[in-house]
Every structure is written in structure tokens, then in C-alpha cells.
Design a protein around this ligand. Structure first.
Ligand SMILES: Cc1cc2nc3c(=O)[nH]c(=O)nc-3n(C[C@H](O)[C@H](O)[C@H](O)COP(=O)(O)OP(=O)(O)OC[C@H]3O[C@@H](n4cnc5c(N)ncnc54)[C@H](O)[C@@H]3O)c2cc1C
Length: 445
């Protein structure tokens, strides 16, 4: 087994959280190594090019103007951005009725959600005034009692619990839902295009930001294709056993999603409350599918490509065509039960269901894309779910206090531990910087 030496800090994972942690640790004058399981950096960002140069972001892709960590990184590396294409009308399929925007009864539910989210202290959601009640209740049961119509409840379930939390309202508590909304500053910042989380895309793809962060580290800092399998630790340091060898560190940042952090073997085993976090934070099940066409034909029909639907397998679509791209891209998302059902289908049936709904929304030309590109993050060994992990009911009040609490030499990062923009790139960067600061204080005072 190769012996790779001792560092002040070893970072596990080279997603945005791990890369941000490495930068901050180096800035503090500490020696750092990053150990990454994949043969690339970026984790849940993954940009792919089709042979003709059409760019597809198979993972995360957008940043918004209030995601200040990302705005700063994009500026720092001189990365070009462009606004999400938005000319034309939106389609809302509301129980089979065709609308141009969310109806007032849905906006009323959003307003109520916003006022509830304002009661959540994002640093400690478990200390919210109604934390015990809200954590013991699913968001589906709250929706059922909210007095809104069945179709409004379905819309909110699919767009909030699906589009934001990548599951369904029966899986998450009221408390987790309200925390997630509070951490981004409200429903509109989360759902919005102009000014919201879907405001801006990255020329060349979002993985470029992670690539720039990695290239900006001293050569040799990041070890690729080297998953951490076992961590032996005590208060004074740790020995990390990887596929390629062993590394020693005074401190460790574990910058992988909780579900994967729980698959690393720890000696001694972690305290019960940390294990409780791992067991109660499964990753979402969203599916993102790209239909590639010779041209953005929907624009000629006055449509923006943005659709939201209460029926069919797809909840949302967006025009994902980069400027100057040789071909056009319509990207569709399925969440919750529909996303799981699509995985159970044979590929031809999945294709029939996805294209059938695109045809219903955008007309017969949508039925015949040049290509339909899928990528299943649930099947990815080093991610295992999409977009991010969420506490199941009861998780926050029982185990929330352990989420970011260091265990001796071990510190926790990744977007699931973020206070602001939890679940997003921006939250990942925040979490990495926070874990690095904990280590700086521990080692330097
Ligand atoms: C389809 C999709 C769409 C999304 N859309 C957006 C969006 O538009 N905007 C947005 O802001 N966010 C979006 N997100 C969420 C965003 O991608 C994540 O919040 C963010 O990338 C998480 O970064 P992270 O560093 O916390 O975790 P990750 O990116 O998951 O990084 C963890 C890293 O650890 C590595 N790893 C895992 N286990 C080990 C191990 N044992 N040893 C070593 N390495 C290990 C992994 O390979 C990975 O590189 C999306 C996500 C997906 C999947």
C-alpha cells in the first residue's frame, strides 16, 4: 500500500464544497490534499459535449444573483455567463387546463409557505417555535389541510417538493420544506428565472467553475480516482485508507453527501447522533433529460420552453440551448413517484412517455428529437441521488444538531450542511469555507 505522507488537512471529495475548503485551508497557510473518488472534479456538476459541440449540463447548471459565493467565483475566474433563454410564454398545464402562469390559488399557497419559512432560524431549524409539530408532519398532510384545491395541492407538491426537494410531499416534513425555502430566502428566489436560482447559465458549462477551482490549486493537490474507504481517527488526527494507499492528516474535511459519508468505515465508529444523520438523509430521485433538436422550434410559436405541469411524467421543462450552439436543447425534469416510475420502465417506454408529454406541451415536432440524452444520478456510485439529500420527518429535531458538529479531527461539509442556499452550488461553497474555518481555528487558534 502506497504511503502518501502527512498533511495539516485532507479533504475528502472534490465537488464545490471540497474545492472551496481546500482553497481556504491553503489561504490559511496549511498543507492540504484533496482525495476524489472520480476521475474528474466537480461531483454533481458534469458538462458533456455531443460530437457536434452541443453542450449539455447533465448535473447542476444555474446560478442566481443572490448566490454570492458563485457570483464571486465566476468573476474571479473570468468565466462568461448568459441569461437563461426566456423570450416567449410559459405553459402551465393545470390539471389538464392550459394557463400562461401559476394561478392565484397557487400564489396564495406560496405566500403562506413564505410566511411560515420566515419563522425558521436557518442555523438551527430544530429550534423554530413549531419545530416539533412541523417535523412530525409531512408536507403532503399540511397541503391536504391547507384548504387549497386538489389541483393546487398537486401543483405545489410537484413544483416545490419535486422541483426543489427532488422528491414528493409525502417524503419530507413541513420543517425540512420550510428550512429549504428559508435557506434560499423564499419561494420566488428558488423558482424564479430572471433574478432567481435559474437566472444565469455558464458559457462552456457549469463544470468549468469546478475545473478552474481545481486548476488554481498547487499541482498535485487533488488526487483523482482515489476514493476514501476507511478513516481511523482520534482527537489528534486521522489515517485515511484509500483505494491507492494511505494518507495522514491533523484534520479531515468530509465533503461528500451524508448518505455517502455514511458508507465510509470509521474507526472508532462515529457517535450515534452522527450515524442518525446519515440514516435519515436520503438523496432525491429527480431525473433530468435532454431532448436535442435541429432548432428551437418552440420559439417560433412564441413559447419560452418553460413549462410546469400537474399531469404526466414531467413536471418541468426549460429551453437549455446555449448561445451559438449548433442544435437546440429542451431539458425536462421528472420528480418523486414519476421519476421512480420512469426508472422502472424499459428505455423505449421511458422515451415514449417523455416524448409523448413533450409533444403534448410543444406540438408534434417535439416528438422527434435528434437525440434524447439521459443521465441517472441515482445510479452514480459517487453521488447516489439528485439534486441533494433531505432529512426525512423527525430527522431535524432528533439529529439536526449533529449535522455540522465535528467529531474530534473530522469536520463536515457539502451542500446538505449549508445554512444558505442549501442544496445548491452556493451552499456547497459556503459549507467548505465554514469547515476550513473550523480547522483554521482548531490548528491556529
Ligand atoms: C441534475 C442536477 C441538477 C442540479 N441543478 C443545480 C443548479 O442548477 N444549480 C445549483 O446550484 N445546484 C444544482 N444542483 C445541486 C448541485 O449540483 C449540488 O448542490 C452541488 O454540486 C453539491 O456540491 P458538493 O461539493 O456539496 O457535493 P458533490 O458535488 O456531490 O461532491 C462530492 C464529491 O465527493 C466525491 N466522493 C464521494 N464519496 C467519496 C469518497 N468516499 N472518497 C472520495 N471522494 C468521494 C464525489 O465523487 C464528488 O466529487 C443540481 C444537481 C443535480 C444532480
Amino acid at each position: 500500500m502506497a504511503r502518501f505522507g502527512h498533511y495539516d488537512a485532507v479533504v475528502v471529495g472534490a465537488g464545490f464544497a471540497g474545492l472551496a475548503a481546500a482553497h481556504e485551508l491553503l489561504r490559511a497557510g496549511l498543507t492540504v490534499r484533496v482525495l476524489e473518488a472520480r476521475s474528474r472534479v466537480g461531483g454533481r456538476v458534469f458538462t458533456r459535449y455531443l460530437p457536434d459541440g452541443t453542450q449539455l449540463d447533465l448535473g447542476g447548471q444555474w446560478i442566481g444573483p443572490t448566490q454570492l459565493n458563485m457570483v464571486e467565483l465566476v468573476r474571479r475566474y473570468g468565466i462568461e455567463t448568459y441569461p437563461t433563454p426566456g423570450h416567449g410564454a410559459m405553459i402551465v398545464d393545470y390539471g389538464g387546463q392550459r394557463l400562461g402562469d401559476s394561478p392565484q390559488e397557487v400564489l396564495d399557497v406560496f405566500a403562506e409557505i413564505d410566511s411560515m419559512a420566515k419563522q425558521i432560524p436557518v442555523e438551527q431549524p430544530w429550534s423554530a417555535p413549531q419545530a416539533a409539530e412541523w417535523d412530525s408532519r409531512t408536507f403532503a398532510s399540511w397541503l391536504a389541510d391547507s384548504g387549497c384545491s386538489d389541483v393546487a395541492a398537486k401543483f405545489v407538491d410537484r413544483v416545490i417538493s419535486g422541483g426543489l426537494l427532488a422528491g414528493s410531499a409525502s417524503e419530507t416534513s413541513v420543517l425540512e420544506t420550510m428550512f429549504y425555502i428559508a435557506s434560499a430566502g423564499g419561494v420566488e428566489p428558488l423558482l424564479g428565472y430572471g433574478g432567481g436560482a435559474q437566472d444565469t447559465r455558464i458559457v462552456g458549462g457549469a463544470q468549468q467553475i469546478a475545473n478552474c477551482m481545481a486548476s488554481d490549486l498547487p499541482a498535485g493537490t487533488v488526487h483523482l480516482s482515489d476514493p476514501v474507504l476507511r478513516i481511523e481517527h482520534d482527537g489528534s488526527g486521522a489515517r485515511l485508507v484509500t483505494r491507492l494507499g494511505e494518507h495522514w492528516a491533523s484534520r479531515v474535511v468530509i465533503a461528500v453527501p451524508p448518505m455517502l459519508a455514511g458508507r465510509i468505515q470509521y474507526d472508532p465508529p462515529l457517535p450515534a447522533l452522527h450515524e442518525g444523520v446519515f440514516q435519515r438523509m436520503p438523496a432525491g430521485t429527480a431525473m433530468k433529460v435532454h431532448a436535442v433538436y435541429p432548432e428551437p422550434f418552440w420559439r417560433a410559436d412564441g413559447l419560452s420552453g418553460v413549462a410546469r405541469s400537474t399531469t404526466g411524467v414531467l413536471t418541468e421543462t426549460v429551453d437549455n440551448t446555449p448561445p451559438g450552439a449548433p442544435r437546440a436543447v429542451l431539458t425536462a425534469f421528472a420528480y418523486g413517484d414519476e421519476a421512480i416510475m420512469l426508472r422502472r420502465c424499459a428505455p423505449e417506454e421511458r422515451r415514449r412517455l417523455v416524448l409523448g408529454q413533450l409533444g403534448d406541451l410543444f406540438g408534434s415536432r417535439a416528438l422527434h428529437p435528434d437525440e434524447l440524452v439521459e443521465f441517472d444520478w441515482l445510479a452514480e456510485e459517487w453521488t447516489r441521488g439528485c439534486f441533494s439529500g433531505h432529512f426525512i420527518p423527525g430527522g431535524w429535531t432528533a439529529f439536526g444538531a449533529a449535522l455540522r458538529k465535528p467529531v474530534g479531527a473530522l469536520h463536515w461539509a457539502c451542500t446538505e450542511t449549508a445554512v444558505r442556499w442549501n442544496g445548491y452550488f452556493d451552499g456547497a461553497v459556503e459549507s467548505g469555507r465554514r469547515a476550513a474555518e473550523e480547522i483554521r481555528l482548531a490548528l491556529q487558534g
